[in-house]
Design a protein around this ligand. Structure first.
Ligand code: GLY
Length: 375
């Protein structure tokens, strides 16, 4: 059932419909899309197996059209130029017209790839995202960032392309491994810190329940948390779709976080754990610069500790290599690293004044907090 109908308005008067609910995929497809001659569903085999969800039956009963399943490899490797080309070859072999639809059914890898294919195929065909991870529901699948990786870095090839519809089915999250839920949850904590103090307080107050990640037993709480998170993302993207100003705040924790991910080759630690590490580091830098009070910083460290994000092995961080990776980051402008730093719970600034020694000091500091603070 659809429980919330939201929308995101972006450039050229484009409106993305966003549904949030439980077992709401067929209802959303039927009530919110127009028919297409052909529908291409992009997904991953392991996901179809693990989720136990028969997406093709649902799509076929919602569309009276040709429905085709395109499977890509598991993991980040699917966001490659080779997979992108193979998918397009498949689509062109079948035949495609402007009115056709691509559905991305999966986590952020799938929705990023599906979005890039949809935005470039015939200069743009209709895109529907059905995110199946918490991370994709609250972040990756919303806001129109699409892309694939290049050997020089992650997401270096891509476009801004808004989906026609995003369907967030909470029931589908029930099969997620806990670590995957925890990874996505870091982005929810991020919304609390950057712009939503009420959400931050809720996450602390309900920590004992939330940490179980039981989306069925605690359905109403999750509906509330996911909907609030999506609204936070909608607000930012509607203000600044192409990341010329405000949208940069969504990078809180990501400068060092992406650096850690890259340092370990993207397969050692999940994205959210790296972002949590980055949020902790950025908070320490803000304290050092007297931008945030020690009390508020302690509340940020506490929430990261309560949700058990201390996974990164600090001994294995090669600091010079990390600094070199951070310097190549997309968030570098005029050779200056632009850091998002908290000033209050619910407020951040973008600072160009973070030095390499600030970053090193923040990494050295982290271990004591991840091991020493109790709720
Ligand atoms: N995930 C960050 C953004 O959408 O801008």
């Amino acid at each position: 059932m659809i429980l919330h109908n939201l929308s995101l308005s972006s450039g050229n008067r484009h409106k993305t419909a966003i549904t949030v609910g439980s077992k709401c995929i067929e209802e959303s497809l039927t009530s919110l899309t127009t028919q297409s001659k052909r529908v291409f569903v992009l997904s991953q085999e392991s996901l179809l197996k693990d989720s136990g969800y028969d997406i093709m039956s649902v799509v076929k009963s919602a569309y009276h059209s040709d429905c085709h399943l395109i499977l890509v490899a598991d993991g980040e490797s699917a966001k490659s130029m080779t997979t992108y080309t193979q998918c397009l070859n498949h689509i062109f072999d079948i035949g495609v017209e402007r009115g056709d639809t691509i559905i991305g059914f999966g986590g952020g890898v799938v929705t990023d790839l599906a979005g890039f294919i949809a935005s470039t195929c015939l200069r743009g065909i209709k895109l529907i995202n059905i995110p199946t991870t918490l991370l994709a529901q609250v972040d990756a699948a919303i806001g129109g960032k699409t892309g694939i990786n290049h050997p020089s870095g992650k997401n270096l090839i891509g476009s801004f392309y808004q989906p026609h519809l995003i369907i967030n089915d909470i029931a589908i999250l029930a099969s997620l491994p806990k670590e995957e839920s925890q990874s996505g949850f870091a982005e929810i904590i991020k919304y609390g810190i950057i712009q939503d103090r009420d959400l931050f307080d809720l996450l602390l107050a309900e920590a004992n329940t939330i940490i179980k990640f039981d989306y069925i037993a605690d359905h109403d709480l999750w509906l509330n948390i996911i909907t609030k998170s999506i609204k936070n993302k909608i607000y930012v993207v509607e203000e600044d779709e192409k990341e010329s100003s405000l949208r940069a705040i969504l990078n809180f924790g990501h400068t060092i976080g992406h650096g850690i991910e890259a340092l370990f080759g993207y397969n050692m630690y999940k994205h959210g754990f790296c972002v949590a590490f980055g949020m902790c580091a950025a908070t320490y830098i803000a304290v050092k610069k007297s931008l945030i009070s020690q009390d508020m910083a302690t509340a940020i460290y506490r929430i990261l500790n309560v949700y058990d994000y201390h996974r990164i092995s600090l001994d294995s961080i090669h600091k010079d290599r990390l600094l070199a990776i951070i310097a190549r980051d997309k968030k570098v402008k005029d050779s200056k690293i632009r850091f998002v730093l908290p000033t209050h719970i619910g407020k951040v600034i973008v600072s160009p004044d973070v030095s390499e020694s600030d970053i090193i000091a923040s990494i050295e500091f982290i271990e004591s907090f991840f091991t020493g603070v109790t709720p």
